[in-house]
Design a protein around this ligand. Sequence first.
Ligand code: OGA
Ligand code: MN
Length: 218
Amino acid sequence: MNSPRVADLSPDAPFTDFDGLADDLSEAGYVVVPDFLGRQTGETLVEEITTLWNDGSYRAAAVGRGDERQIRAEIRSDHVRWLDPTALTTPQAGYWEQMERLRVALNRTLYLGLFDLEAHLACFPAGAHYKAHLDRHRESEVRQLSAIVYLNPEWSTEDGGELRLYTDRESGTGGPFLDVIPGFGKLVLFLSGDFWHEVLPARRERHSITGWFRRRVE
Ligand code: OGA
Ligand code: MN
């Protein structure tokens, strides 16, 4: 049998049940949505990031902030390209608008005070990984919610690259975890300061957009 096409894997319409999502998020602190983007935005993004990646327009991701920023491939070996919200391409605008709907809905129902979004394209080449970490920088509480959207058509369990999300806030990396397969159009959301997570080594190129909803800090 032929491999299924993206068209067979994902519904046409973007996800709309934001209230249901907000309920799940407030209960558990994290949520996984299998088909968040909708097919058209997803497919055009896959096309675009394939070109950008092949053109070499991503950079090795750094760890730490300010003077402590450095490339540490033993900690993380992904490559990223930041999105510029003032110069989005059409597919990127499709992503951004859907994230904006999510942001507004969450503010309406959960009062998280989410103010804006920062996001980058990410690629983990075969063999790349990201060790267990929290997304909130020690010196800054600005990141409230981490939001990762995966852009890998036809990803299977043999391809590895799962997001391992440690689901018990108290026990961290010593506790239970959920392995999320980074399949096409899927969204994972979790509270940035609370949930330890890591990316297991992928056996082939693994693409995503990682975003953080931020709150305003005085
Ligand atoms: C990150 C991260 C997880 C993933 O970029 O901080 O944890 O599944 N990414 O790509
Ligand atoms: Mn992270």
